[in-house]
Write a protein that binds this ligand. Sequence first.
Ligand code: KG4
Ligand code: ZN
Length: 382
Amino acid sequence: MLVLGIETTCDETAAAVVERHDDGRATILANVVLSQIAEHAAFGGVVPEIAARAHVEALDLVIATAMAEAGRDFGALDGVAAAAGPGLIGGVIVGLITAKVIALVHKKPLMAVNHLEAHALTVRLTDETPFPYCLFLASGGHTQIVAVRGVGDYVRLGTTRDDAIGEAFDKTAKLLGLGYPGGQRVEREAARGDPFRFNLPRPMLGRQDADFSLSGLKTALRLEAEKIAPLTHQDVADLCASFQLAVVEMVVDRLRYGLRIFRERFGVPCALVAAGGVAANDAIRKALLNLAAQERVALMVPPPSLCTDNAAMIAWAGAERLAQGLCDGLDSSPRARWPLDQVGAPLPGPRPHATVKADGAALSPAGEEDGGSSNTVPSAVA
Ligand code: KG4
Ligand code: ZN
Protein backbone atom coordinates (compact mmCIF):
# COMPACT_ATOMS: atom_id res chain seq x y z
CA MET A 1 0.00 0.00 0.00
CA LEU A 2 1.63 3.21 -1.22
CA VAL A 3 0.61 6.54 0.34
CA LEU A 4 1.67 10.13 -0.30
CA GLY A 5 1.68 12.25 2.88
CA ILE A 6 1.53 16.04 3.14
CA GLU A 7 2.35 18.09 6.26
CA THR A 8 1.71 21.86 6.48
CA THR A 9 0.31 22.46 9.98
CA CYS A 10 3.09 24.71 11.24
CA ASP A 11 6.42 25.86 9.83
CA GLU A 12 7.55 22.80 7.86
CA THR A 13 6.41 22.15 4.31
CA ALA A 14 6.79 18.42 3.92
CA ALA A 15 5.85 15.55 1.60
CA ALA A 16 6.70 11.87 1.86
CA VAL A 17 5.94 8.59 0.16
CA VAL A 18 5.61 5.57 2.45
CA GLU A 19 4.88 1.98 1.59
CA ARG A 20 2.99 -0.17 4.09
CA HIS A 21 3.64 -3.85 3.47
CA ASP A 22 0.98 -6.49 4.08
CA ASP A 23 2.74 -7.69 7.24
CA GLY A 24 2.56 -4.16 8.73
CA ARG A 25 6.19 -3.22 8.09
CA ALA A 26 6.96 0.11 6.45
CA THR A 27 9.42 1.52 3.94
CA ILE A 28 9.95 5.26 3.63
CA LEU A 29 10.60 5.82 -0.09
CA ALA A 30 10.93 9.59 0.20
CA ASN A 31 10.75 12.08 3.07
CA VAL A 32 11.22 15.72 2.08
CA VAL A 33 11.07 18.45 4.75
CA LEU A 34 11.50 22.12 3.86
CA SER A 35 11.85 24.23 6.99
CA GLN A 36 10.59 27.82 7.04
CA ILE A 37 12.99 28.87 9.81
CA ALA A 38 14.56 31.61 7.67
CA GLU A 39 11.16 33.18 6.91
CA HIS A 40 10.17 33.42 10.59
CA ALA A 41 13.52 33.98 12.35
CA ALA A 42 13.34 37.77 12.24
CA PHE A 43 10.00 37.67 14.11
CA GLY A 44 11.18 35.34 16.89
CA GLY A 45 8.45 32.79 16.18
CA VAL A 46 6.07 31.44 13.55
CA VAL A 47 3.93 34.10 11.82
CA PRO A 48 0.81 32.24 10.62
CA GLU A 49 0.23 34.36 7.51
CA ILE A 50 3.84 34.06 6.37
CA ALA A 51 3.71 30.31 7.03
CA ALA A 52 0.60 29.85 4.89
CA ARG A 53 2.09 31.80 1.97
CA ALA A 54 5.36 29.91 2.20
CA HIS A 55 3.46 26.60 2.08
CA VAL A 56 1.63 27.75 -1.07
CA GLU A 57 4.90 28.67 -2.75
CA ALA A 58 6.82 25.52 -1.82
CA LEU A 59 4.35 22.67 -1.61
CA ASP A 60 4.08 21.71 -5.31
CA LEU A 61 7.84 21.43 -5.64
CA VAL A 62 8.20 19.57 -2.34
CA ILE A 63 5.60 17.02 -3.48
CA ALA A 64 7.20 16.67 -6.91
CA THR A 65 10.58 16.12 -5.26
CA ALA A 66 9.16 13.42 -2.96
CA MET A 67 7.47 11.62 -5.86
CA ALA A 68 10.66 11.80 -7.94
CA GLU A 69 12.77 10.48 -5.03
CA ALA A 70 10.30 7.64 -4.55
CA GLY A 71 10.47 6.90 -8.29
CA ARG A 72 6.67 6.55 -8.52
CA ASP A 73 3.96 8.55 -10.23
CA PHE A 74 0.59 9.55 -8.79
CA GLY A 75 -1.11 6.66 -10.57
CA ALA A 76 0.85 4.18 -8.44
CA LEU A 77 -0.48 5.60 -5.16
CA ASP A 78 -3.12 3.78 -3.11
CA GLY A 79 -4.08 6.95 -1.27
CA VAL A 80 -3.23 10.56 -0.44
CA ALA A 81 -2.99 11.74 3.18
CA ALA A 82 -2.74 15.29 4.48
CA ALA A 83 -2.65 16.69 8.00
CA ALA A 84 -6.13 18.22 8.37
CA GLY A 85 -5.34 19.70 11.80
CA PRO A 86 -4.76 20.65 14.51
CA GLY A 87 -2.51 23.52 13.52
CA LEU A 88 -2.28 26.96 11.95
CA ILE A 89 -5.39 27.04 9.83
CA GLY A 90 -3.90 28.77 6.78
CA GLY A 91 -1.25 26.12 6.37
CA VAL A 92 -3.67 23.28 7.10
CA ILE A 93 -5.96 24.55 4.31
CA VAL A 94 -3.06 24.63 1.83
CA GLY A 95 -2.01 21.03 2.51
CA LEU A 96 -5.52 19.61 2.67
CA ILE A 97 -6.72 21.28 -0.55
CA THR A 98 -3.60 20.11 -2.38
CA ALA A 99 -4.22 16.54 -1.21
CA LYS A 100 -7.87 16.77 -2.25
CA VAL A 101 -6.90 17.90 -5.75
CA ILE A 102 -4.44 15.02 -6.17
CA ALA A 103 -7.03 12.57 -4.82
CA LEU A 104 -9.73 13.94 -7.13
CA VAL A 105 -7.62 14.08 -10.29
CA HIS A 106 -6.05 10.65 -9.80
CA LYS A 107 -9.16 9.05 -8.26
CA LYS A 108 -7.46 8.02 -5.03
CA PRO A 109 -8.81 7.78 -1.46
CA LEU A 110 -8.15 10.84 0.70
CA MET A 111 -7.13 10.51 4.33
CA ALA A 112 -7.62 13.71 6.36
CA VAL A 113 -5.16 12.84 9.12
CA ASN A 114 -4.98 14.26 12.62
CA HIS A 115 -1.42 15.57 13.10
CA LEU A 116 -1.33 14.28 16.70
CA GLU A 117 -2.46 10.85 15.58
CA ALA A 118 0.42 10.86 13.12
CA HIS A 119 2.87 11.58 15.97
CA ALA A 120 1.16 8.86 18.02
CA LEU A 121 1.53 6.19 15.33
CA THR A 122 5.09 7.04 14.19
CA VAL A 123 6.54 4.38 16.44
CA ARG A 124 4.67 1.75 14.43
CA LEU A 125 6.29 3.10 11.28
CA THR A 126 9.75 2.78 12.80
CA ASP A 127 9.35 -0.23 15.12
CA GLU A 128 6.05 -1.99 14.40
CA THR A 129 5.14 -1.43 18.07
CA PRO A 130 1.98 -3.40 18.94
CA PHE A 131 -1.06 -1.88 20.70
CA PRO A 132 -1.73 -0.94 23.42
CA TYR A 133 1.02 1.46 24.42
CA CYS A 134 1.42 4.42 26.73
CA LEU A 135 2.28 7.53 24.73
CA PHE A 136 4.07 10.64 25.95
CA LEU A 137 3.25 13.22 23.28
CA ALA A 138 5.11 16.50 23.66
CA SER A 139 5.28 19.10 20.93
CA GLY A 140 5.05 22.87 20.52
CA GLY A 141 1.30 22.90 21.12
CA HIS A 142 0.55 19.73 23.07
CA THR A 143 1.68 17.81 26.13
CA GLN A 144 -0.29 14.66 26.82
CA ILE A 145 -0.09 11.15 28.18
CA VAL A 146 -2.33 8.95 26.07
CA ALA A 147 -3.37 5.30 26.06
CA VAL A 148 -3.05 4.26 22.41
CA ARG A 149 -5.28 1.20 22.09
CA GLY A 150 -5.61 1.00 18.32
CA VAL A 151 -5.86 3.14 15.20
CA GLY A 152 -8.42 5.82 16.08
CA ASP A 153 -8.70 4.60 19.68
CA TYR A 154 -7.01 7.08 22.00
CA VAL A 155 -7.74 7.77 25.67
CA ARG A 156 -6.14 10.83 27.20
CA LEU A 157 -4.77 10.09 30.66
CA GLY A 158 -3.18 13.47 31.37
CA THR A 159 -2.49 16.83 29.77
CA THR A 160 -1.02 20.23 30.52
CA ARG A 161 -3.06 22.73 32.42
CA ASP A 162 -1.33 25.67 30.76
CA ASP A 163 1.70 25.72 28.42
CA ALA A 164 2.95 22.82 26.33
CA ILE A 165 6.51 21.66 27.06
CA GLY A 166 7.77 22.66 23.60
CA GLU A 167 6.18 26.06 24.07
CA ALA A 168 8.00 26.43 27.41
CA PHE A 169 11.31 25.57 25.70
CA ASP A 170 10.54 28.13 22.97
CA LYS A 171 9.60 30.85 25.48
CA THR A 172 12.73 30.13 27.52
CA ALA A 173 14.83 30.49 24.39
CA LYS A 174 13.15 33.78 23.53
CA LEU A 175 13.58 35.13 27.07
CA LEU A 176 17.28 34.27 27.06
CA GLY A 177 17.86 35.73 23.60
CA LEU A 178 18.52 32.37 21.94
CA GLY A 179 16.05 33.00 19.12
CA TYR A 180 13.79 30.64 17.26
CA PRO A 181 13.34 27.69 17.10
CA GLY A 182 13.98 27.31 20.78
CA GLY A 183 14.03 23.67 21.84
CA GLN A 184 17.27 22.60 20.26
CA ARG A 185 19.04 25.84 21.25
CA VAL A 186 18.06 25.49 24.91
CA GLU A 187 19.25 21.87 24.83
CA ARG A 188 22.59 22.91 23.31
CA GLU A 189 23.12 25.63 25.95
CA ALA A 190 22.05 23.26 28.73
CA ALA A 191 24.79 20.83 27.74
CA ARG A 192 27.47 23.28 28.95
CA GLY A 193 25.53 24.62 31.96
CA ASP A 194 25.19 23.79 35.67
CA PRO A 195 21.73 22.25 36.21
CA PHE A 196 21.95 22.78 40.00
CA ARG A 197 22.77 26.50 40.05
CA PHE A 198 19.13 27.66 40.04
CA ASN A 199 16.56 25.93 42.19
CA LEU A 200 13.55 26.12 39.89
CA PRO A 201 10.16 24.67 40.88
CA ARG A 202 8.94 21.25 39.66
CA PRO A 203 5.20 21.92 39.31
CA MET A 204 2.77 19.01 39.87
CA LEU A 205 5.47 16.75 41.36
CA GLY A 206 3.92 13.95 43.42
CA ARG A 207 0.31 14.69 42.45
CA GLN A 208 -1.87 11.62 42.03
CA ASP A 209 -2.71 12.34 38.40
CA ALA A 210 -0.89 12.57 35.08
CA ASP A 211 -1.28 16.28 34.38
CA PHE A 212 1.44 18.84 33.67
CA SER A 213 1.89 22.53 34.39
CA LEU A 214 4.66 24.66 32.96
CA SER A 215 3.68 28.26 33.64
CA GLY A 216 5.07 28.45 37.19
CA LEU A 217 8.42 27.11 36.01
CA LYS A 218 8.50 29.64 33.19
CA THR A 219 7.78 32.53 35.58
CA ALA A 220 10.38 31.33 38.09
CA LEU A 221 12.98 31.19 35.32
CA ARG A 222 12.15 34.75 34.25
CA LEU A 223 12.45 36.04 37.83
CA GLU A 224 15.86 34.34 38.28
CA ALA A 225 17.05 35.80 34.98
CA GLU A 226 15.86 39.30 35.93
CA LYS A 227 17.63 39.04 39.32
CA ILE A 228 21.05 38.48 37.75
CA ALA A 229 20.69 40.51 34.52
CA PRO A 230 22.66 41.37 32.44
CA LEU A 231 23.28 37.72 31.67
CA THR A 232 26.68 36.28 30.80
CA HIS A 233 27.03 33.31 28.44
CA GLN A 234 27.51 31.09 31.49
CA ASP A 235 24.36 32.48 33.16
CA VAL A 236 22.35 31.58 30.04
CA ALA A 237 23.80 28.08 29.95
CA ASP A 238 23.12 27.56 33.69
CA LEU A 239 19.54 28.82 33.35
CA CYS A 240 18.95 26.47 30.40
CA ALA A 241 20.44 23.51 32.26
CA SER A 242 18.39 24.24 35.40
CA PHE A 243 15.22 24.64 33.32
CA GLN A 244 15.82 21.43 31.40
CA LEU A 245 16.49 19.44 34.58
CA ALA A 246 13.23 20.72 36.10
CA VAL A 247 11.34 19.67 32.96
CA VAL A 248 13.01 16.25 32.92
CA GLU A 249 12.13 15.59 36.57
CA MET A 250 8.55 16.67 36.02
CA VAL A 251 8.19 14.51 32.92
CA VAL A 252 9.51 11.44 34.72
CA ASP A 253 7.22 11.98 37.70
CA ARG A 254 4.12 12.59 35.54
CA LEU A 255 4.87 9.56 33.38
CA ARG A 256 5.28 7.35 36.44
CA TYR A 257 1.73 8.27 37.42
CA GLY A 258 0.59 8.01 33.81
CA LEU A 259 1.89 4.45 33.60
CA ARG A 260 0.19 3.60 36.90
CA ILE A 261 -3.13 4.91 35.58
CA PHE A 262 -2.60 3.04 32.31
CA ARG A 263 -2.03 -0.26 34.14
CA GLU A 264 -5.08 0.25 36.37
CA ARG A 265 -7.35 0.96 33.41
CA PHE A 266 -5.91 -1.03 30.51
CA GLY A 267 -3.43 -3.58 31.87
CA VAL A 268 0.23 -3.86 30.96
CA PRO A 269 1.31 -1.57 28.10
CA CYS A 270 3.39 -3.09 25.29
CA ALA A 271 5.67 -0.07 25.48
CA LEU A 272 6.26 3.41 26.73
CA VAL A 273 6.43 5.58 23.61
CA ALA A 274 7.61 9.16 23.22
CA ALA A 275 6.68 11.32 20.25
CA GLY A 276 6.57 14.95 19.10
CA GLY A 277 9.35 17.50 18.75
CA VAL A 278 10.27 17.50 22.46
CA ALA A 279 11.04 13.77 22.24
CA ALA A 280 14.06 14.78 20.16
CA ASN A 281 15.64 16.13 23.38
CA ASP A 282 18.50 13.91 24.44
CA ALA A 283 18.22 14.58 28.20
CA ILE A 284 14.53 13.66 28.09
CA ARG A 285 15.27 10.53 26.02
CA LYS A 286 17.90 9.40 28.58
CA ALA A 287 15.55 10.04 31.51
CA LEU A 288 12.81 8.05 29.79
CA LEU A 289 15.22 5.17 29.30
CA ASN A 290 15.88 5.06 33.06
CA LEU A 291 12.20 5.35 33.87
CA ALA A 292 11.31 2.55 31.45
CA ALA A 293 13.95 0.28 33.03
CA GLN A 294 12.58 0.98 36.53
CA GLU A 295 9.01 0.42 35.37
CA ARG A 296 9.98 -2.72 33.42
CA VAL A 297 8.47 -1.52 30.21
CA ALA A 298 10.10 -1.25 26.78
CA LEU A 299 10.87 2.30 25.65
CA MET A 300 10.24 3.16 22.01
CA VAL A 301 11.22 6.55 20.64
CA PRO A 302 11.47 7.32 16.92
CA PRO A 303 14.72 8.91 15.69
CA PRO A 304 14.79 12.71 16.23
CA SER A 305 14.05 13.47 12.55
CA LEU A 306 10.77 11.55 12.83
CA CYS A 307 9.91 13.11 16.22
CA THR A 308 9.85 16.64 14.81
CA ASP A 309 7.26 17.45 12.15
CA ASN A 310 7.55 15.47 8.92
CA ALA A 311 5.26 13.99 6.29
CA ALA A 312 6.37 10.36 6.61
CA MET A 313 4.29 10.20 9.79
CA ILE A 314 1.29 11.67 7.95
CA ALA A 315 1.65 9.15 5.11
CA TRP A 316 2.00 6.34 7.64
CA ALA A 317 -1.07 7.40 9.65
CA GLY A 318 -2.94 7.59 6.34
CA ALA A 319 -1.79 4.07 5.44
CA GLU A 320 -2.81 2.74 8.85
CA ARG A 321 -6.26 4.27 8.44
CA LEU A 322 -6.61 3.07 4.85
CA ALA A 323 -5.65 -0.44 5.94
CA GLN A 324 -8.60 -0.27 8.39
CA GLY A 325 -10.96 0.89 5.64
CA LEU A 326 -10.98 4.47 6.89
CA CYS A 327 -10.83 7.37 4.48
CA ASP A 328 -12.50 10.75 4.14
CA GLY A 329 -14.78 12.72 1.88
CA LEU A 330 -13.45 15.43 -0.39
CA ASP A 331 -15.27 18.04 1.67
CA SER A 332 -13.47 17.15 4.91
CA SER A 333 -12.92 20.30 6.93
CA PRO A 334 -9.51 21.65 7.95
CA ARG A 335 -9.39 22.13 11.71
CA ALA A 336 -7.38 24.50 13.87
CA ARG A 337 -8.33 22.44 16.94
CA TRP A 338 -8.83 18.68 16.92
CA PRO A 339 -8.23 16.75 20.16
CA LEU A 340 -6.66 13.35 19.67
CA ASP A 341 -9.37 11.54 21.60
CA GLN A 342 -11.95 12.80 19.09
CA VAL A 343 -10.15 11.26 16.11
CA GLY A 344 -12.23 8.14 15.95
CA ALA A 345 -15.43 10.15 15.57
CA PRO A 346 -16.80 10.95 12.09
CA LEU A 347 -15.80 14.40 10.87
CA PRO A 348 -18.48 17.04 11.49
CA GLY A 349 -19.89 19.24 8.76
CA PRO A 350 -21.96 18.53 5.68
CA ARG A 351 -22.12 15.00 4.29
CA PRO A 352 -19.35 14.34 1.81
CA HIS A 353 -20.05 14.86 -1.89
CA ALA A 354 -18.01 11.82 -2.73
CA THR A 355 -16.00 9.25 -0.89
CA VAL A 356 -13.50 7.26 -2.89
CA LYS A 357 -13.06 3.53 -2.86
CA ALA A 358 -9.60 1.98 -2.89
CA ASP A 359 -10.06 1.08 -6.53
CA GLY A 360 -10.69 4.73 -7.37
CA ALA A 361 -14.43 4.43 -8.00
CA ALA A 362 -16.41 7.30 -6.53
CA LEU A 363 -19.28 6.57 -4.15
CA SER A 364 -21.66 9.51 -4.36
CA PRO A 365 -23.02 10.54 -2.02
CA ALA A 366 -20.88 8.56 0.42
CA GLY A 367 -23.59 8.33 3.07
CA GLU A 368 -25.77 6.20 0.84
CA GLU A 369 -23.20 3.45 0.65
CA ASP A 370 -21.49 3.62 4.01
CA GLY A 371 -24.47 3.91 6.26
CA GLY A 372 -24.03 7.60 6.83
CA SER A 373 -20.60 7.55 8.37
CA SER A 374 -18.67 10.34 6.71
CA ASN A 375 -15.18 8.98 7.18
CA THR A 376 -15.37 5.33 6.55
CA VAL A 377 -15.41 3.32 3.41
CA PRO A 378 -16.91 -0.14 3.55
CA SER A 379 -14.82 -3.23 3.23
CA ALA A 380 -13.73 -2.22 -0.29
CA VAL A 381 -10.58 -0.81 1.28
CA ALA A 382 -8.60 -3.58 2.85
O1 KG4 B 1 6.22 18.16 16.89
P1 KG4 B 1 6.88 19.44 16.53
O2 KG4 B 1 7.98 19.42 15.51
O3 KG4 B 1 5.83 20.50 16.03
C1 KG4 B 1 4.60 20.64 16.63
O4 KG4 B 1 3.68 19.86 16.25
O5 KG4 B 1 4.50 21.51 17.53
O6 KG4 B 1 7.41 20.07 17.88
C2 KG4 B 1 8.03 21.31 17.89
C3 KG4 B 1 8.39 21.65 19.33
C4 KG4 B 1 8.93 23.06 19.46
O7 KG4 B 1 8.33 23.68 20.57
C5 KG4 B 1 10.41 22.82 19.70
O8 KG4 B 1 11.03 23.81 20.47
C6 KG4 B 1 10.40 21.48 20.41
O9 KG4 B 1 9.39 20.73 19.78
N1 KG4 B 1 11.69 20.80 20.27
C7 KG4 B 1 12.51 20.54 21.29
C8 KG4 B 1 13.66 19.95 20.72
N2 KG4 B 1 13.51 19.88 19.37
C9 KG4 B 1 12.28 20.40 19.11
N3 KG4 B 1 12.35 20.74 22.61
C10 KG4 B 1 13.37 20.35 23.41
N4 KG4 B 1 14.53 19.82 22.95
C11 KG4 B 1 14.71 19.58 21.63
N5 KG4 B 1 15.86 19.05 21.18
ZN1 ZN C 1 4.00 18.07 15.51
